[in-house]
Design a protein around this ligand. Structure first.
Ligand code: MG
Length: 471
C-alpha cells in the first residue's frame, strides 16, 4: 500500500510538473498584436510631431516602448502593402500588385494565393489562437478571406471603405466632404458571412475595438495573434458621436483621436489581463497619407509626397513597438525596417523555423527590440507594382524612376538617368539630389539591384481578372 501511495504521489508530482512546465513553456511564447492603420501619415501622431492632433495613448505607448523613425511599408498602396505584411515577401513575388489596377476592387476575382504562407497560418499551425479584426483587402471572395488564410475568426470590412459607391451618392469628392453612411454600400463580414450592409461606419472603430478586447479577454489557454487593420483614416472619414469635434484638426483629427483611444483600450486590456509583459504590439500603417484629399487626408510631416508614390511620404510609416520589460522604454530606433520584417520576427519569437522553400524579404527585428543590436537588413526596395522605382542602401536612396501622388493629380512617370541620389539621414525630405558628387553610391546601388534581380521571380498579377481567370 505504501509503495502504491508513493507511486501515486510520484505520478501526481510528475503530472503536476509536466503541467507547470508546459504552461511555463507556453508563457514563454509571446502574444502578438499588430494594429495597422489605413493611410496614416508620418506626421499624423502627437509623438511624431503633429501640432494639433492629440494622441496621449500612442504617446504613452512610445514612452513605454520603441519608436521607429525609419520603418517602411512594402508598397505605397493598400493591397500590395498588406500582402507583404502577411507573407514577409515583396508583393510582386505573390502577384499581389498590378500596374493596371493598383489594388483589389469589389469586382475583383483574385486574392492572396493559397500557396503563400501567412504569419497567421504559421502561428495557427503552431498552437496560436488567431483573429483578424478590420480591413482585409487581400480578396473578398470566400477562398481568400482571413479564415482561409490562417485566422480562426474574422470581423471587418473586407476592402476599402470608399468602395461600393451607391448610384445616388454625390459624384467625385462631394461625397467625401459630407460623408453619409449610405453613400458606400460596403459590407461587414463575420467569418464568411455578411452581417451588415451598408456598414454604419460611424461605429466601426469602436466595434473593432470591442471585438479586439473581447478576443484578448477570451484567450486563456493559447498564445495569440491579433491582427487589427483599422478601416480608418482612409476616406470617407467617420467617427463615433463621442469624437465629433473633439480634435482641433477637424474631422481627420477626430478620426485619429478615436484610433488613439482604441489603442489605449487594447493596451489597457493587455495590462488588466496581466499580459503586457508577454505581448509584443506593433502600431503602424499600410501606406502614407492620401494627399489628393486635401484636408481629409493626413500629412507625411517632413517627408516628401504621400500615398501612391515611392517618395518617402508614401512608404515611411509612424511606427511604435511595445513590449514592456523587454523593449527598452522610451527608446527610438533608427533601424531601417519594414512591415515585412514582422514575419521573421514573430517566427523567431514563437520558436517557429522560417519556411525554407521560398524567398523571403523579412529580417528578424528581435535584437533591435531587445536593444541589443541591428537587424540583418542591408537594403530596402521601393516598388510601384512590378516597377522597381528606388532602392535604399544604408542612408542613401537612389531613385531610378519617380511618379508623384495618387489619384487625379497623378503625373507621368519620370525616368532618371543618372538616378537621383539623396542622403536620407541628412535630407529626409528628399530635396537635395547629390548624384553628381556621389557616383560611388550609384555604383553600389546598381550592384545591390543586380543581385536582387538575379533571384527575383515575379508572379502573375492576382489583381487583374484576366490573369486570374486564365490560371
Ligand atoms: Mg491604405
Amino acid at each position: 500500500m505504501r509503495a502504491f501511495s508513493r507511486l501515486l504521489v510520484w505520478v501526481l508530482l510528475a503530472m503536476f510538473g509536466w503541467a507547470t512546465s508546459t504552461r511555463a513553456a507556453e508563457t514563454q511564447r509571446p502574444n502578438f498584436v499588430v494594429i495597422f492603420c489605413d493611410d496614416l501619415g508620418y506626421g499624423d501622431l502627437g509623438c511624431f510631431g503633429n501640432p494639433t492632433i492629440r494622441t496621449p495613448q500612442l504617446d504613452r505607448m512610445a514612452a513605454e516602448g520603441m519608436k521607429f523613425t525609419q520603418f517602411y511599408s512594402a508598397a505605397p498602396v493598400c493591397t500590395p502593402s498588406r500582402a507583404a505584411l502577411m507573407t514577409g515577401r515583396l508583393p510582386l513575388r505573390s502577384g499581389m500588385c498590378s500596374n493596371k489596377r493598383r489594388v483589389l476592387f469589389p469586382d475583383s476575382k483574385g486574392g492572396l494565393p493559397a500557396a503563400e504562407v501567412t504569419i497567421a497560418e504559421a502561428l495557427q499551425a503552431n498552437g496560436y489562437a488567431t483573429a483578424c479584426i478590420g480591413k482585409w483587402h487581400l480578396g473578398h471572395l470566400p477562398p481568400f478571406l482571413p479564415t482561409r488564410n490562417g485566422f480562426d475568426s474574422y470581423l471587418g470590412i473586407p476592402y476599402s471603405n470608399d468602395m461600393d459607391r451607391a448610384n445616388d451618392a454625390p459624384r467625385g469628392r462631394a461625397a467625401f466632404l459630407q460623408p453619409k453612411i449610405g453613400y458606400w454600400q460596403v459590407p461587414l463580414l463575420r467569418g464568411l458571412q455578411e452581417i451588415e450592409r451598408p456598414v454604419d461606419q460611424t461605429t466601426i472603430t469602436r466595434r473593432y475595438t470591442q471585438a479586439a478586447v473581447d478576443f484578448i479577454k477570451a484567450q486563456k489557454e493559447k498564445p495569440f495573434f491579433l491582427y487589427m487593420p483599422h478601416s480608418m483614416p482612409h476616406v470617407p472619414l467617420f467617427r463615433s458621436p463621442e469624437f465629433v469635434g473633439k480634435s482641433r484638426r477637424g474631422l481627420f483629427g477626430d478620426v485619429i483621436e478615436e484610433i488613439d483611444w482604441s489603442v489605449g483600450q487594447v493596451l489597457q486590456c493587455l495590462r488588466d489581463e496581466g499580459l503586457s509583459e508577454n505581448t509584443v504590439v506593433f502600431f503602424t500603417s499600410d501606406n502614407g497619407p492620401w494627399l489628393t484629399f486635401s484636408e481629409q487626408g493626413g500629412t507625411a510631416g517632413l517627408l516628401r509626397d504621400g500615398k501612391g508614390s515611392t517618395w518617402e511620404g508614401g512608404m515611411r510609416e509612424p511606427t511604435i513597438a511595445w513590449w514592456p520589460k523587454t523593449i527598452p522604454a522610451a527608446s527610438v530606433s533608427l533601424q531601417v525596417a519594414s512591415t515585412m520584417d514582422l514575419f521573421a520576427t514573430f517566427h523567431q519569437l514563437a520558436g517557429i523555423p522560417l519556411p525554407k522553400e521560398r524567398v523571403l524579404d523579412s529580417h528578424d527585428l528581435t535584437p533591435v527590440l531587445q536593444g541589443k543590436g541591428a537587424s540583418t537588413r542591408s537594403a530596402l526596395f521601393y516598388y510601384r507594382a512590378y516597377q522597381l522605382m528606388a532602392v535604399r542602401v544604408g542612408p542613401w536612396k537612389v531613385h531610378y524612376q519617380t511618379q508623384d501622388a495618387y489619384g487625379p493629380g497623378s503625373r507621368q512617370a519620370v525616368n532618371h538617368n543618372p538616378p537621383l541620389v539623396y542622403h536620407l539621414e541628412h535630407d529626409p525630405s528628399e530635396k537635395f539630389n547629390v548624384a553628381k558628387t556621389h557616383p560611388e553610391v550609384i555604383a553600389q546601388a546598381a550592384e545591390v539591384v543586380a543581385k536582387h534581380r538575379a533571384e527575383l521571380k515575379p508572379a502573375l498579377s492576382q489583381l487583374e481578372n484576366e490573369n486570374f481567370l486564365n490560371q
